[in-house]
Design a protein around this ligand. Structure first.
Ligand SMILES: [Zn+2]
Length: 92
């Protein structure tokens, strides 16, 4: 038995990230920028905690995805714009 609480928004952001980055060829695809984009996008989105145990959550998760689809795309696009204007990868 392994039950834990997770912010499902994190999974959704990672799921959408690659698809949206692919539509923005100017985006740096290095690890640092990808994480910066994901973190920024998550700051724009409300957290959505779920209890993660069995497969039962799948339908819940699908409806969440539909509910937040537009918010996810706009949060990630906004994060991409910010990171592209001011990438932090050069500082380290
Ligand atoms: Zn980069």
């Amino acid at each position: 038995m392994h039950i834990h609480i997770k912010n499902y928004m994190e999974d959704l952001v990672w799921n959408y990230l690659d698809v949206i980055i692919a539509k923005h060829p100017q985006v740096c695809n290095c690890e640092k920028c990808r994480y910066d984009i994901a973190a920024l996008a998550l700051n724009f989105l409300p957290p959505h905690y779920i209890v993660s145990d069995k497969g039962e959550t799948y339908t819940k998760v699908k409806s969440l995805e539909q509910q937040f689809n537009v918010d996810l795309i706009s949060a990630i696009s906004q994060a991409i714009r910010i990171v592209t204007n001011k990438p932090r990868h050069e500082m380290e």
